[in-house]
Design a protein around this ligand. Structure first.
Ligand SMILES: C[S@@+](CC[C@H](N)C(=O)[O-])C[C@H]1O[C@@H](n2cnc3c(N)ncnc32)[C@H](O)[C@@H]1O
Length: 321
C-alpha cells in the first residue's frame, strides 16, 4: 500500500492530527530512509578486494563495501566485543549472532578466537530469517570454517565448537531461547531504517535477557533510535571507531560507564529523533514501525515549537546506518 495511505490510516486509527507541513516532512524522510542504498543483486567485490552479496529486498549489501567484508567483521564486531581478550583467559566463550547472513561474522570469530587459544570452547547461537541462495567465498584463511558452517547447517558440535542456527523471524525464534548467557552479541541486521524489526526496544530487551552480566553488545550502527532503546534498557554505551566511510558503531554493556563524546551524548539527550522503535507484539511490519517512530518524532518536534535544540549535527536527524 502507498506510504501516504498507510500514514493516513495510522493517524486516523490513533486519532492524531498534524499540520500538512509535518505530514510532508514525515513522508519525505521515510522515503529517504527506505530507499535502497545500492541497486541490483548478486555478488559484489568490496573496495578491500573481498566479496559480499547485495540483498535486493533490503537494497543493501550484507557488508560494508568501503570497509570490506572481513574488515567489518573484525573492526565493527570482533575487536570491540572483547571476545579475543576473553579467549585468552577463559575456558569457554559464548556468542549470540543476530543476522547470520553469509556466516562471515561467525567464521571470522571462530578463526580468530581459535588462533588466540586453540583449546577455548566456543558456543554460538545464530538467528537468521532467510539464508541467501549464493554465498561468495571468504579469503582463504577463513574459508575452511565458513564452508564447514554451511555444510553442517543448522547445527553441529565438534572440536569444542557448538554452533546452532535458529532459522525464521528472529523475533519469534528468540522467545524459545531460555538458557543462553552471551559474552558477546553481534547485532548485524540490515540498517535500522530498512530493517527496523530487529532494532526495536522490545527485541533488544529479549537480547538483553540472553546476555551475561558482563556481556557486551556490538553493532555497526550509531542510529539514535537504537542507542536510545539500549539506554532505556539500562545499558551503558560507547562509540566504536569508524571503518571505511561509515560512521562509528556502538558498544553496549551493563558493567562500566558511558564513553561517548559530548556531541553524541547531547544528541542522545536532546534530539527529537532519540526515541526507540516500538514493536510491542514483536510482529509489526517494518514500515508500520517506521511510521509510528517518525510520527512520535514529529509530535515532539511540534511540541518543541518546531525548533530543534541548538546542539551540533541535529539537522542530520538520524544516521541511516
Ligand atoms: C547485514 S546481514 C548479516 C550479515 C552477517 N552477519 C554476515 O556476517 O554475513 C543482515 C541479516 O539479517 C537478516 N534478517 C533481517 N531481518 C530478520 C529477521 N526478522 N529475523 C532474522 N533475521 C533477519 C537478513 O536476512 C540478513 O541475513
Amino acid at each position: 500500500m502507498e506510504l501516504e495511505i498507510l500514514l493516513e490510516n495510522f493517524m486516523l486509527k490513533n486519532e492524531l492530527s498534524l499540520p500538512e507541513k509535518s505530514i510532508k516532512a514525515i513522508l519525505t524522510e521515510i522515503r529517504t530512509w527506505i530507499k535502497p542504498s545500492v541497486e541490483g543483486r548478486g555478488i559484489i567485490k568490496t573496495e578491500k578486494g573481498d566479496f559480499t552479496l547485495l540483498n535486493p529486498k533490503y537494497g543493501e549489501p550484507y557488508h560494508s563495501i568501503s570497509a570490506g567484508a572481513v574488515g567489518e567483521c573484525l573492526e565493527k564486531f570482533l575487536m570491540p566485543s572483547g571476545l579475543l581478550q576473553r579467549a585468552e583467559r577463559q575456558k569457554k566463550i559464548s556468542l549470540l549472532d543476530v543476522g547470520f547472513g553469509l556466516g562471515y561474522n561467525v567464521a571470522v570469530a571462530i578463526k580468530k578466537v581459535r588462533d588466540i587459544n586453540p583449546k577455548v570452547e566456543i558456543e554460538i547461537l545464530s538467528l537468521e530469517k532467510e539464508l541467501p541462495e549464493e554465498v561468495p567465498p571468504l579469503p582463504e584463511e577463513y574459508e575452511v570454517i565458513r564452508k564447514k558452517l554451511w555444510n553442517r547447517l543448522p547445527q553441529f558440535e565438534e572440536d569444542g565448537i557448538s554452533f546452532k542456527l535458529l532459522l525464521g523471524d528472529a523475533r519469534e525464534r528468540i522467545r524459545e531461547v531460555k538458557n543462553f548467557s552471551a559474552h558477546a552479541v553481534f547485532h548485524d541486521a540490515f540498517s535500522p531504517y530498512r530493517n527496523p524489526e530487529l532494532w526495536s526496544l522490545e527485541f533488544l530487551s529479549h537480547i538483553k535477557r540472553l546476555m551475561g552480566k558482563d556481556g557486551v553488545w556490538v553493532s555497526y550502527t550509531s542510529a539514535l533510535s537504537v542507542r536510545k532503546a539500549l539506554k532505556m534498557l539500562g545499558f551503558k554505551l560507547s562509540s566504536t571507531g569508524s571503518v571505511g566511510r561509515k560512521r562509528g558503531g556502538t558498544k553496549a554493556y551493563l558493567v562500566g560507564e558511558d564513553n561517548m563524546d559530548e556531541v553524541e551524548s547531547l544528541r542522545l539527550e536532546r534530539s527529537p529523533y532519540a526515541l526507540p522503535f516500538l514493536d510491542p507484539t514483536l510482529k509489526g511490519d517494518g514500515i508500520q514501525i517506521l511510521i509510528d517512530y517518525r510520527v512520535r518524532v514529529e509530535l515532539l518536534k511540534v511540541a518543541q515549537g518546531g525548533l530543534e535544540p541548538p546542539t551540533p549535527r541535529f539537522s542530520a536527524g538520524c544516521s541511516t546506518n
